[in-house]
Ligand binder design. Structure first.
Ligand SMILES: Cc1cc2nc3c(=O)[nH]c(=O)nc-3n(C[C@H](O)[C@H](O)[C@H](O)COP(=O)(O)OP(=O)(O)OC[C@H]3O[C@@H](n4cnc5c(N)ncnc54)[C@H](O)[C@@H]3O)c2cc1C
Length: 278
């Protein structure tokens, strides 16, 4: 149908981004192609390598899934998106396809090894998430393609992650957010992935912050160095949610806290995480 109706057609998944845009007249598609009528598009499966999410899997289904118990950063993300109404309708595929700079899923999934399966008239292809998100509201999807599945590689043994967002209230997007994934060899950090949300046009991998942790014993000093490097990596815009300087300080604080929680989780501790409200 996308090929048939051309550029004027839009896919409808949960409608939690598209319908508000249509109400504001920022989007005015002549055809809506409703994915909700296609069976077997909402599922969570796993094998020993990946967790697979059907594109129409709702945030709330992920929040309540065994996968989110196994990989708690998925729970941190899904449970913190807006309010229960949005979580019951909004989908992981819709969130990645929208590529909203403030969206939570892309930031979190940047710290895990994530593949996006795209299905179109020419068949299926797999795109690494880092190559899928091209710019704000821009992805590698061709007009006649849909996201069919999101595959998240199972973190290595000894891994722990955390995602923290700072928000003014539940049903709004975060002011800034930070996702951290650590893999520990006893006290030494074997690998680290840190992504910053809402402080750039797309999620930012804070690679200098990651280097400040990799190969190190995680102490107050190494964690502070990583937080400082994350502040430097942020590229925020000043807006109604805060000034550039405010967001940089905020992101540093979120990264510090997220590292501390990720470390405790990597050591096997159960740590509950909620977003932080102003
Ligand atoms: C009040 C409110 C607060 C919100 N707060 C947050 C928040 O804090 N954090 C957050 O991350 N999100 C938030 N959202 C957005 C929410 O998470 C959406 O669910 C998500 O961004 C889009 O998913 P959707 O399934 O609703 O997509 P839709 O709105 O149906 O679609 C969004 C776009 O993606 C395309 N699309 C959808 N599915 C596919 C697919 N399978 N393949 C290709 N293209 C597709 C559509 O054509 C459309 O262009 C909020 C929404 C509202 C209304």
């Amino acid at each position: 149908m996308l090929a048939q109706f051309g550029d004027d057609a839009k896919l409808l998944a949960g409608g939690q981004s598209l319908i508000p845009l249509m109400k504001l007249r920022f989007a005015n598609p002549s055809h809506l192609v409703d994915l909700n009528f296609i069976s077997d598009t909402s599922y969570i499966k796993e094998d020993d390598r990946f967790i697979y999410f059907g594109a129409l899997t709702r945030h709330a289904e992920i929040e309540a899934s065994p996968a989110a118990v196994k990989v708690p950063v998925l729970h941190d993300c899904a449970a913190g998106i807006a309010d229960v109404q949005v979580r019951n309708r909004g989908t992981i595929g819709g969130s990645l396809a929208e590529a909203d700079p403030s969206g939570d899923w892309a930031t979190v999934l940047f710290t895990l090894s994530t593949e996006v399966r795209c299905l179109g008239t020419n068949g299926e292809r797999t795109v690494a998430l880092a190559d899928f998100i091209k710019d704000a509201y821009t992805t590698a999807l061709a007009h006649d393609e849909i996201i069919s599945e999101v595959a998240v590689r199972m973190p290595a043994k000894g891994s722990g992650g955390a995602y923290l967002a700072f928000k003014r209230s539940a049903p709004v997007y975060p002011t800034a957010s930070a996702a951290v994934q650590l893999t520990m060899d006893d006290d030494v950090c074997r690998d680290a992935a840190i992504a910053l949300g809402c402080v750039g046009l797309i999620p930012i991998r804070a690679t200098d912050a990651e280097s400040a942790l990799r190969g190190q014993t995680l102490t107050e000093k190494s964690i502070a160095a990583a937080a400082e490097a994350a502040r430097d990596a942020a590229d925020p815009q000043s807006d109604m949610r805060g000034s550039t300087d405010y967001k940089r300080v905020l992101v540093g604080a979120l990264v510090k806290r997220a590292i501390e929680i990720a470390l405790r989780r990597a050591r096997g501790e159960q740590v509950g995480v909620g977003h932080i409200y102003a």
